[in-house]
Every structure is written in structure tokens, then in C-alpha cells.
Ligand binder design. Structure first.
Ligand SMILES: Cc1ncc(COP(=O)(O)O)c(C=O)c1O
Length: 375
């Protein structure tokens, strides 16, 4: 079906947010350009400190993307050929790419239908003597229950990496914020994230001094001091312009997250009398609603999205094809039917418009359109 209608309320509206911070962002970019220190400099160093303080960790290491963050931590933990890393199939592809870069085997497990996050039972059943890492993903901004995972990992001498790429500022069941447990937390500052750069950027948070030092070296070609390379690393630096922008945005993140939660609660209320399955809303900061994802049970998801588009409402699918069924993952040997909950929800999930600048009136317009689309 060709949609001619103009989208009035997009899935994400980056221009609306830019309008609120333009007066701070442009001079900050200009400052960087005037100084012409463009790679690791005062803004990267300050952002590393400010983001660590925000997450409650000893260190934050700014890198080029969330994928870099995952890749560098996996490498720094010594994960290699034949090692196994347990994670979910219901995630963005990069979670698994980072494991494959190390020639390790991603062991993809099912999710819990209530939270759409990794299932603890599935993790326990997937552990083998080769399991090196458990990598829970705080999908859509909702944090995974870390307490039982950390206990299991400790007992079995396995490392934990939080893929917190969608959960900036979300709180954890064990206290503290996403990215503050296990060996390290990995963040993406992709432009549409709750904390998004105006280009590519990411960070790794950790409380481990040795790991932090290694990651700082890995992000700059494995060098110890300039042009001295004890190890082979990567070009995975965060740049000064992105760091300057992120510093401005970080100061607003808590307010933006609070607004996302208020929007989620508003959706929850206005969609209560429909048949779509709404996300649970924990009231303790454990969900920062990077995405507001509902489920349209049965076969109607695509027609539902078309009807919303015809009404001027943008939506998204996060994610249409689980990783274990992706073409690029065929060689891993998974088959349809291997992960029943993941496969059940993938054809049902729809992300509705979600960004802090969405007004109450727009939430109601979306809800009205949802009701028409379901008829
Ligand atoms: C869950 C998850 N992991 C990893 C990534 C990779 O981050 P980036 O796109 O910054 O490389 C993303 C970002 O989209 C993500 O959502």
C-alpha cells in the first residue's frame, strides 16, 4: 500500500528537541572549531567524568558508537574463539555483531513475555563450561532484573556486560543506574536515543580500574602514550564535537526521561480500553521508555501501521526479524521454533511515537488514531 498522507506525528522528532537547545549547541560546536582540538580533548574528558558521575560508576570511556562499546568490552574481557556469550535474539543486531567480531559464539535465548527482556530461566539453562559472558539487554529502556543474573554469574565465574544502549538513566533492581553492575555497561548515543549525539557516539561504564585503563588504550589503537602500542586496538574514539553536544544534553536527561514516563502513563490511560497489549510501567524509574512498544495480537500489525500512517502517525518495529532468524545468522544453525516467545512477539510489536517534546494533545491524537486503526 502506498501512503500519500504526510506524517504529522513522527515516531521520533529530533527537530523538536534541537529547537529547545539550539542556543547552547551552536556556540559549543563553534568553541570546539575555534580550538580545533577535534579528537580526545577537554570535552571528551569532561563528558567521561560527567557520564560516570551520572551512572554512579568510577569510569566512563567515550567511544565511537554503542557497537564500539560492546566490541571493546568483549575484547578487553578476553572473549575469544569458541567462547560463548549468552544474550537475547530480540534486540538490535549490533548486540550480536559485537560477539561475532570476537569470533565467539552468541548463545541466543528467549525472553520473558511480560517484560520482553531476557528470561532468567533461559539463561540458567544455556550456561555451559564455555560460557564466558552473560549480556542482558535493557530493551526499550526497561532494565533487566540484575540481582539473580549477577548471583548466577558469580556462582559460575562468568562475566556480565549490560547492554544499556537503550536505557540511559534507568534505575536497577539492585539500586543504582543502568550500566553500573557487572564488568561494564555499554551505551549508544545514536541520534534517536534518550541521550543522542548529532552523529555517532557511545560510552562504556565500569568500576574496574584495570579494565578502564585497557579500554582507554583500546579506543586509541592500543597505545599507551602517543605512538607507543603495547596492544593492537581500534580507532574507536569519541570526538570533541559529539562530546560537547552530549554534555549539554546530559544536563537535561533526567527531565526528558521524566517526560517520557509521563507520556507512557498517558498512553497507558488512553489506550486502556483497547485490545492492544500495553507495556507494564514500573513506577520506580526502571523504565525510561526509549520506545513505547505495544503489541497488536494476531495478524493485524502491518494493516494497523498502514492505517496509522494514513492518519499521519509514524510508527516503528523494534524489531521485525529476531537475530536467530536473520540471514546473516544462518551459520549459527538456529531454526524457526527455537525461541517461541521471541518469535511470537516479533510479528506483534509496534512502537508508537515517543519523544519528550510530544504534547499531551498529540498523545491523544495518536490514541484516537489507534482506536480507529483497530476498528
Ligand atoms: C540494544 C542496542 N545495542 C547496541 C546498539 C548499537 O549502538 P550504535 O548504533 O551506537 O552502534 C544499539 C543501538 O542502536 C542498541 O539499541
Amino acid at each position: 500500500m502506498t501512503i500519500a498522507t504526510k506524517i504529522q506525528i513522527p515516531l521520533v522528532d529530533l527537530k523538536a528537541q534541537y529547537a529547545t537547545i539550539r542556543d547552547e549547541v551552536l556556540p559549543a560546536i563553534e568553541d570546539v572549531l575555534e580550538g580545533m582540538q577535534l579528537t580526545i580533548g577537554p570535552n571528551v574528558r569532561a563528558f567521561d567524568e560527567e557520564f560516570a558521575a551520572f551512572c554512579g560508576t568510577k569510569h566512563s570511556i567515550g567511544v565511537g558508537s554503542g557497537t564500539d562499546a560492546l566490541q571493546l568490552v568483549i575484547r578487553a574481557l578476553g572473549v575469544t574463539n569458541g567462547d560463548e556469550v549468552i544474550t537475547v535474539s530480540h534486540t538490535f543486531f549490533a548486540t550480536v555483531e559485537a560477539i561475532l567480531y570476537a569470533n565467539a559464539r552468541p548463545v541466543l535465548v528467549d525472553i520473558d513475555e511480560k517484560t520482553l527482556n531476557i528470561s532468567l530461566e533461559a539463561i540458567a539453562a544455556a550456561i555451559t563450561p564455555r560460557t564466558k559472558v552473560i549480556m542482558p539487554v535493557h530493551l526499550y529502556g526497561r532494565t533487566v532484573d540484575m540481582k539473580p543474573i549477577l548471583a548466577l554469574a558469580r556462582e559460575r565465574n562468568i562475566q556480565v556486560i549490560e547492554d544499556a544502549c537503550q536505557a540511559h538513566g534507568a534505575t536497577l533492581d539492585v539500586g543504582g543506574r543502568a550500566g553500573s553492575t557487572g564488568a561494564a555497561g555499554c551505551f549508544s548515543f545514536y541520534c534517536s536515543k534518550n541521550l543522542g549525539a548529532y552523529g555517532e557516539a557511545g560510552a562504556i561504564t565500569t568500576n574496574d580500574d584495570r579494565l578502564a585503563a585497557e579500554l582507554r588504550s583500546l579506543r586509541e589503537h592500543g597505545q599507551s602514550t602517543r605512538y607507543y602500542h603495547p596492544i593492537v586496538g581500534y580507532n574507536a574514539r569519541l570526538d570533541e564535537i559529539q562530546a560537547a553536544i552530549l554534555r549539554i544534553k546530559l544536563r537535561r536527561l533526567e527531565g526528558w526521561n521524566a517526560r517520557r514516563l509521563a507520556i507512557a502513563k498517558h498512553y497507558d490511560q488512553v489506550l486502556a480500553d483497547t485490545e492492544i497489549i500495553r507495556p507494564e510501567i514500573p513506577d520506580d524509574g526502571r523504565h525510561v521508555f526509549h520506545c513505547y512498544v505495544v503489541r497488536v495480537p494476531g495478524q493485524g500489525r502491518d494493516a494497523f501501521r498502514d492505517a496509522l500512517a494514513a492518519d499521519g502517525i509514524g510508527t516503528g518495529i523494534h524489531y521485525p526479524v529476531p537475530i536467530h532468524l536473520q540471514e546473516a545468522a544462518h551459520f549459527l544453525g538456529y531454526r524457526k521454533g527455537d525461541l517461541p516467545v521471541t518469535e511470537k512477539v516479533a510479528p506483534e510489536v509496534v512502537s508508537l511515537p515517543m519523544y519528550p517534546e510530544l504534547t499531551d494533545a498529540q498523545v491523544e491524537t495518536v490514541a484516537d488514531a489507534v482506536k480507529r486503526a483497530l476498528r
